[in-house]
Write a new protein. Structure first.
Length: 220
């Protein structure tokens, strides 16, 4: 018995040296000790979840400009303080206009304003006759709000539209530097077809309109 204990303590350091071993007595012989490796459990594989970052690049786009719903949103000469176009007779137009002329639209050019909040169209008119206003200009440029730049178009209610090649009689406000605007919105533009003039569905002989303008100018 003493010999067995002595042998046990002698073999114990061997098991410690091998680390994964243990000293157990052999059941078949009380005098024999066997060094048996301790079964090691394979480490449980750990699953590492890798989170992949996704980057979404926001590309700014330019939204089409909304069409203004009233003339208060754009500068229109001849409108009332409330932003609604004041109804003007031929006499009113004649007295208030700085220039009255007859001409042909020869060019249209639309561009954004500096703030890119509204599109304006510059209408070049080749002047054929000056009815009112001392001017030697054979061409005038009339600026109106609205128009189209690229895929963006703006139409402003109450503002006259122009097309290249049309003959017109215009009542204008402006300055000597040649910056002109149509007086009274659509009311200040008469389209000439043959011997008649048309404005918003109404028509009258061209000579009658010119005579009425001349009579007002003579009475003032």
């Amino acid at each position: 018995m003493k010999r067995r204990k002595w042998l046990f303590w002698l073999l114990l350091p061997v098991g410690l040296v091998f680390g994964n071993c243990q000293v157990i007595p052999e059941s078949r012989s009380p005098e024999t000790f066997v060094i048996t490796p301790i079964p090691t459990q394979a480490p449980t594989p750990t699953t590492t979840s890798t989170l992949k970052a996704t980057t979404t690049t926001l590309i700014p786009t330019l939204s089409p400009l909304s069409t203004p719903t009233s003339l208060s949103e754009v500068p229109v000469v001849g409108s009332s303080s409330g932003g609604i176009v004041e109804e003007l007779s031929v006499e009113d137009l004649t007295l208030r206009a700085g220039w009255i002329l007859v001409g042909t639209v020869v060019d249209l050019e639309s561009e954004w304003n500096n703030e890119r909040t509204l599109i304006f169209t510059h209408v070049t008119v080749a002047v054929e006759d000056h009815i009112k206003g001392a001017s030697e200009q054979m061409e005038v440029t009339v600026t109106v709000p609205g128009g189209q730049v690229g895929d963006v178009g703006v139409s402003v209610s109450g503002v006259p539209a122009f097309s290249k090649g049309e003959e017109v009689l215009l009542f204008l406000e402006g300055n000597e530097a040649g910056v002109f605007h149509v007086l009274g919105g659509f009311q200040g533009k008469f389209v000439i077809y043959g011997d008649k003039v048309f404005v918003e569905g109404k028509q009258m002989p061209f000579t009658d309109l010119v005579n009425e303008i001349q009579e007002v100018l003579e009475r003032r």
